[in-house]
Design a protein around this ligand. Structure first.
Ligand code: 8Y7
Length: 279
């Protein structure tokens, strides 16, 4: 696969590690308990994350945690659009919309979103075409199965090879649909239809994904692999999350998707400084 141009998301260049702060606007988000559901509270949370050094704010109105049920398009639109408008009205931070629905992609970009973060990698009907028309960067994530059932029995012969093959196929589909290579970001989808062993294998081989030539995003923050590894509840997973983020960045990831922006910013800046002396 050809080396892609370095992607930029609004004014955010991916020449150094970037921090994507998670803003869930769902009533059931597992690690913030839906605390940020009202647009004004969501705006406060976004402002806090920007103050802590977030480069990108990722806004999601569909819970994709294991076991979550699907939400309707109108519900998702009601959740995310007012929040994107409010943030865009106040800040010039890059905004990412976490959605798989073409209608939500269109409304979100019209409201000011700069990146489509799709855990289904644009597989929903009409999603490829919507993303191509909107002409914003897209993050293609690997997931085995669907959120409701994906953790029941994840199975792979070779998780690293299968994730890379899937992402390469989605890259091809994007290119065919007219999405330029420099608009593509790849993500192995930690925790999405994966056991602890699968997640560890993907993290250990993250450099192989990076070598495909596209910027890589890693979402490891507070995930259940830390619960499985360390036996810790969600509130106790910050040190482990920072360790996983450090490993991902040292293996070449460009964006870390996190709940704890202040602490993750330090990790990103340290890894960025080290990369500068190495190159
Ligand atoms: C990821 C994600 C979630 C991830 C990307 C959680 C929406 C579950 N995880 N998007 N979304 N990558 N690109 O624990 O790993 O935050 S939701």
């Amino acid at each position: 696969m050809a080396q892609a141009q370095c992607c930029t998301i609004a004014a955010v260049t991916l020449d150094r590690p970037r921090v994507m702060g998670i803003l869930n606007v769902t009533p059931d988000s597992f690690s913030d308990g839906g605390k940020f559901f009202s647009p004004s509270r969501a705006l406060d949370r976004a402002a806090a994350m920007i103050g802590e050094g977030a480069d990108i704010i990722d806004i999601g109105g569909e819970s994709t945690r294991p076991g979550a049920v699907e939400v309707s398009e109108s519900e998702e639109l009601e959740r995310v659009v007012p929040v994107i408008e409010a943030i865009r009205g106040r800040f010039d931070v890059a905004i990412s919309v976490d959605t798989s629905k073409p209608g939500v992609m269109r409304a979100a970009v019209a409201a000011g979103a700069n990146l489509i973060n799709d855990v289904r990698a644009l597989r929903a009907p009409g999603a490829l075409q919507a993303a191509a028309e909107l002409a914003v960067p897209v993050c293609l994530m690997h997931m085995q199965g669907e959120p409701r059932t994906m953790q029941q029995q994840p199975h792979y012969e070779n998780v690293v090879a299968e994730v890379i093959t899937f992402l390469r196929e989605r890259v091809e589909a994007c290119l065919q649909a007219g999405i330029p290579a420099e608009h593509i970001v790849l993500d192995p989808g930690f925790g999405f239809g994966k056991t602890l062993e699968h997640n560890l294998q993907l993290l250990a081989a993250l450099d192989v994904l990076v070598a495909q030539g596209f910027p890589v995003l890693a979402g490891l923050s507070r995930k259940s692999m830390l619960g499985a590894l360390l036996g810790l509840e969600v509130e106790q997973r910050l040190p482990g999350s920072l360790a996983l983020a450090t490993i991902a960045l040292m293996k070449g990831a460009r964006i870390i998707r996190v709940h704890d922006v202040r602490e993750s910013r330090q990790v990103a800046d340290i890894c960025g400084a080290l990369q500068r002396v190495n190159t």
